[in-house]
Design a protein around this ligand. Structure first.
Ligand SMILES: CC(C)(COP(=O)(O)OP(=O)(O)OC[C@H]1O[C@@H](n2cnc3c(N)ncnc32)[C@H](O)[C@@H]1OP(=O)(O)O)[C@@H](O)C(=O)NCCC(=O)NCCS
Length: 175
């Protein structure tokens, strides 16, 4: 199994839209109404919206491939691209999604390590993310990776208010 990673550019927009849609749908459709899923998917992964995000300099997207097949993606944010005001010393993992067929093979950890590497290169002090309180699989993964719950915020999935846990990992500085 050969694993490769690449930073996305505007040329990747069609593939980004497809994988964003597909992975969000397979992760959450069993716990949400079709109407709320449709509303969220159409808004969050609209072509123009994703184009704007790809052009935001304080955000970065990465694709991970297994044997040249697209298997997952990562989105990270710095500075004012963060989805909450956490300050310039913080670094956000906004999305980390592995297609179900490729999960539990170390790819989530691989992307998370990529995020940690970028955060360290940019001298960030903490890395944080929001995860739906009912996404037990992802919460267990983040705990395994050393994140702890430090807060919560509400989030709208269509017309339903949901709670996201904020989870944080402090980055050790060696300098
Ligand atoms: C959450 C997700 C990114 C994890 O990626 P993954 O490739 O399946 O996980 P990995 O194989 O890299 O696991 C890394 C480590 O976490 C552990 N782990 C993963 N899922 C776990 C779980 N549900 N419970 C306990 N440990 C878990 C693994 O055992 C592994 O441990 P190790 O380092 O000792 O080997 C992936 O399952 C996913 O994309 N889920 C759907 C989308 C999603 O929910 N994204 C997060 C939105 S906030």
């Amino acid at each position: 199994m050969t694993t490769t990673i690449k930073k996305c550019t505007l040329e990747d927009l069609p593939d980004l839209q497809k994988i964003s849609y597909e992975t969000f749908d397979e992760t959450f459709k069993h716990q949400n109404s079709p109407e709320n899923m449709k509303a969220y998917l159409e808004r969050a992964f609209d072509f123009k919206q994703l184009e704007k995000e790809l052009l935001t300099t304080a955000s970065q997207f990465f694709f991970v491939y297994v044997n040249n097949e697209l298997a997952g993606y990562l989105k990270v944010n710095m500075e004012d691209a963060q989805s909450e005001e956490m300050g310039d010393e913080s670094f956000e993992i906004e999305r980390i999604y592995i297609k179900s067929a490729f999960q539990k093979h170390g790819l989530g950890k691989y992307l998370l390590h990529k995020a940690l590497e970028i955060a360290a290169e940019n001298n960030k002090k903490k890395i944080w993310l929001g995860v739906w309180e009912k996404n037990e699989n992802a919460i267990a993964f983040y705990e395994k990776m050393g994140f702890v719950q430090t807060g919560a915020h509400s989030f709208y999935m269509g017309d339903e208010e949901q709670i996201d846990f904020i989870m944080t990992k402090t980055l050790i500085q060696f300098v």
